[in-house]
Design a protein around this ligand. Structure first.
Ligand SMILES: [Fe+2]
Length: 244
């Protein structure tokens, strides 16, 4: 399984505090059956330039690599970013540099507010540039879009949609996320792990819940979606599964 959302690089953001914690997070993930971790440190345009972010990310990554023993059992790491939406994102010439390495896929954190049509248009603008946004933890935005159809407008774009493991493990959002997995509107999972204490790697528990509630074919489909996403340049294609 691929973890599409994690904050494992040391001292990059509010995630891992140091190399030792990063290694523990990676090791726990590996023991949970994660073969690939997408490292998605927060990127906020108002805090730093893309150049500065990428330089800092490279240094954190090198520091981590220099502390990995060749015999450590760890997942593969692919570098990306969790890019907070900003006005003008669709016109930012360097935005594709924040895509998951070797792909055109960009983990996008939508704003925590009621979305305007302009916000949806900006996301659409990314897709017309050949970038495939991965909408981070979609379930967190439902309360803000109450009595609008913005969620549907977003899901109708050429995007991948990611949900957090925690939202499946905890009861509050479980029904919503399982429904979205069942009807093919959630495609990818992430732990959104930040540390080893209160936001540790947890994807295994969510996978077990999906298997129990929906059956293993949905887990396979999520894994398949992830592999296809990483192979891209491909754009999203509809689920091969029929709803149950
Ligand atoms: Fe995150």
């Amino acid at each position: 399984m691929i973890d599409f959302h994690s904050h494992i690089l040391p001292q990059m953001d509010d995630g891992s505090n140091d190399v030792n914690e990063s290694l523990q997070m990676l090791n726990l993930s590996y023991n949970m059956g994660i073969d690939t971790m997408i490292s998605t440190s927060h990127y906020y345009v108002e805090h730093e330039s893309i150049d500065a972010f990428l330089k800092k990310r490279e240094e954190a990554y090198r520091l981590l690599l220099s502390n990995i023993n060749g015999t450590d059992a760890l997942p593969n790491i692919l570098l990306g970013a969790e890019v907070a939406f900003f006005t003008g994102i669709s016109r930012e010439k360097d935005i594709s540099r924040l895509c998951i390495e070797n792909t055109k896929c960009l983990l996008l954190e939508m704003p925590f507010c009621c979305w305007s049509s302009l916000i949806i248009k900006e996301v659409q603008g990314l897709t017309t540039r050949g970038i495939t946004p991965i909408i981070a933890h979609i379930e967190k935005f439902f309360p803000y879009q109450h009595k609008t159809n913005r969620i549907d407008e977003l899901l109708n774009l050429d995007v991948f949609v990611q949900a957090n493991a925690e939202s499946i493990i905890q009861k509050e959002c479980r029904r919503l996320v399982l429904k979205m997995i069942r009807n093919g509107t959630v495609h990818l999972l992430g732990s959104d792990c930040h540390n080893m204490l209160d936001r540790p790697p947890n994807l295994e528990y969510a996978c077990k819940m999906i298997e129990k509630r929906l059956g293993s074919r949905f887990l396979k489909e999520i894994d398949h979606n992830g592999r296809r996403c990483l192979q891209s340049n491909t754009r999203r294609v509809p689920s091969t599964l029929s709803p149950v």
